[in-house]
Write a protein that binds this ligand. Sequence first.
Ligand code: AP5
Length: 214
Amino acid sequence: MKLMLLGPPGAGKGTQAKRLEDAYGIIQLSTGDMLRAEVSSGSDLGKQAKEVMESGGLVSDDLIINMISSRIDQDDCQKGFILDGFPRTTPQAEALDVMFAEKDMKLDRVIEMKVDDEAMVERITGRYTCAKCGAGYHDSFQKPEVEGVCDKCGGTEFTRRADDNAETVRSRLQAYHDQTAPIISYYREKGVLESVDGMAGIDDVTKQLKEVIG
Ligand code: AP5
């Protein structure tokens, strides 16, 4: 099964993709996570991406398209995947069509997570992640059961993303409206777009997604 989650920064794409991984036995392909791994490793690609990401802009289409194309060819993607954060521009969406045609693949669902911009700043600035296993949390909306201890792995170290400050979030939301929102119409015009209410609680959004996926 191949799914695509669309929505602005903070819509809950990563939170829900992790839940869908567990529910459907497919893997999350987050271009943001891939880029952060490149930045941490100090690779050439990471060096090119770092500044753009910290400013809240978008990394170049060519770089992203090559990165995702080779990732999809890996063995762990053969059972299926959830695209999270890709495509993000019309050229990326068009390149994905070509890529899928060449690989003889088909998207099963394209799902937009509809949210209000206003709420996204609070969601993102309150987000943090377990440094050991990557499980996601939020200061108000998704606290660990025991404060300071990861529910999944028992880790006690947590990290916050460099681009999760209020100023950069506003630039990321702007980039979304300028460059990514047009692909909503791209998929709507193809007749494949479905949507869920991303403003609902986390469990409710998972329920809505499962209903759409079937
Ligand atoms: P990326 O990592 O993709 O970030 P993003 O799209 O900005 O999305 P986020 O990860 O911030 O949000 P999310 O929707 O996953 O929300 P989450 O589930 O964590 O990209 C980062 C950067 O990389 C980009 O700015 C760009 O520079 C570059 N990049 C990446 N892909 C690219 C591409 N294709 N082309 C070019 N550049 C690219 O939720 C947020 C918080 O809210 C969490 O704490 C969560 O607990 C909480 N939450 C989630 N759902 C709910 C809910 N329903 N109710 C209450 N709280 C909730």
